[in-house]
Design a protein around this ligand. Sequence first.
Ligand code: ADP
Ligand code: MG
Length: 654
Amino acid sequence: MGIILLLDDHIANQIAAGEVVERPASVVKELVENAIDAGASAIDVEAEEGGLKLVRVTDNGHGIAPEDMELAFQRHATSKIRSGRDLFRIATLGFRGEALPSIAAVAKVSCRSAAGDGGLGVRLDIEGGRIVRREETAAARGTDIEVRELFFNTPARLKYMRTVQTELGHVCDAVYRQALAHPEIAFTLRHNGQSLLRTPGNGDLRQVVAAIYGTAAARAMVELAGEHPDYAISGLVALPVETRSNRNAVTVVVNGRHVRSPAILQSLLAAYHTMLPVNRYPLAVVHLRMDPSLLDVNVHPSKLEVRFSKETELRDFVEKAVGRALSRQPYIPSGASSRSSRTAAPEQQSLRFSPAGGTGRVGGWPEALKERRWDGYPSRDSGNSRAGEADGKAADAPGSGGRPSKGRGFPRSGGTGSGASQVRRGTEGTFVPEPVWRAALEEPAAVAAAPAESAENREAAFPELHWVGQVHGTYIVAQNESGLFLIDQHAAHERIQYEYFYDLFGRPPEGSQELLLPVTLEFPPGEAAVLRGKLPVFEAIGVYLEEFGGNAFIVRSVPHWIPKGEEEALVREMAEWIVAERDVDLARFREKAAILCACKAAIKANSALSREAGQRLLERLGACRQPYTCPHGRPIVVSFSRYELDKMFKRVMS
Ligand code: ADP
Ligand code: MG
């Protein structure tokens, strides 16, 4: 006798619920997606006890017709696709017809909906998948779904729920992402009666970012724009001052759907390349539009993952668009920032922008003057534990990340307002004999100069700075009419040298010099094989290596402008890097080689600078294409506006 049995609908729904409904936040996500698909212009989300007790989503969309009510809660019942062909051009967020039956299988659901403006609708109550009541009811056009006691009939699942705080973190994340994806919809979110979010629904993405991440973050973002025969991009990306310790602050939206896309994230990070410190991620909201046929959303039940059919082109397009948005944007962090506001409660969020800057702490030492260990830049979110995440998963998600300190003046080059910044330890050690860096300072002019037209922008952006002096042999003090500036001399020189060497490495190799004493590099067999395959990349930047026996290489010659005395160390570091990275293209290798040379050639901390050399350094810095961070992404300049100085000394009180 056969033993296979067709499962009844109820069990099938419970199984599907296991995939679709992982936690309260998944309920929120599915219900909000349905509201968006229904064309709502206002969506209200309410949760109690992290959503475990109640999730309620109210919308003003087109509603569900009375005769469709029961159907909506049946498996594979959807109004969004009609045929298999539709699967390849999906324009709605839902299409699987699984969410409502799955949710109804594991909770107590009450759905009230009206499809017209007659003031009359239908209410349907379902418990654990069984309809317990249906009645006509007074209702405005739209849908109102209450989901109570999630997992009441699946105790095993309930056991996996974390603390209310954790679940709430995920609920917030779900709503925040939808709000970021749909600035044209007015969202509200309340938890246990407390308001956590309110967006205006006027289409202004920056106001949504302000409501979620705070006004300072919103101000530090620049607009993305770009068109391509297949794609269009818009959105906001943060200047490198708004960084986070993980990638959750990057929101990628494709055709109105929030998705997780490693490919897009990679191209975004590539565009920031030397502007971000290691292991820091930018705050960014990237909106992409493309023909639905270029996109497969039917990869995973939660529809968070997608496949792009022309991924390489798309990555290239995104990287260029972000690069354009970031290029030559001024961002000098203020030294007078307050780092004490990171516990600001969500309900204090305001949609209105306060006037730029000037709300920093009065009195006390400016943070930037304190010696402290470098722990990332500007890391206003470090140490933030407001979310109280046990599993850390939702930490740094929108809103649970650090509330940035109050108003940064942006984008004025004087850098008014605030913005946490920290000072690197000035213990780089070794003293480099003056002639080395002086020569380097004088030489690059011709090469480092950017095209004339961007030179003009540059003058508008980077402030002209006048030397005042030097402290601790490490920081340059400079001023202009708008304020006081501290410059990390090593970081500044590293940036200058980086751009100098980057340009040199990009030229066709010429005038290479044989090493007096050829240097031999040896590697374990596996690594030697990698290196062997990369010899052409070395040649492209003018470094000639020759195989020498099984696993050894001889460095024959290097470009004549490589810092003297450092040839061996540099080539060794380049080789080690390429072996460790394995998959390196010429562009990245050129960048890395330039970083290594810049580091070797730059003046270190603890070196006295003459007034002339210092002033020249400032001018060269101002001539850089990107004078705000060193090639490792650390800040070069910190500012104190006149106003901030006056405030510190209580010459002004507000
Ligand atoms: P899907 O969204 O994949 O179609 P769901 O189970 O989420 O499947 O919803 C089933 C159907 O119920 C939808 O296709 C839609 O017609 C209807 N529906 C659900 N929520 C709403 C809503 N908020 N407003 C209007 N119609 C809705
Ligand atoms: Mg749906």
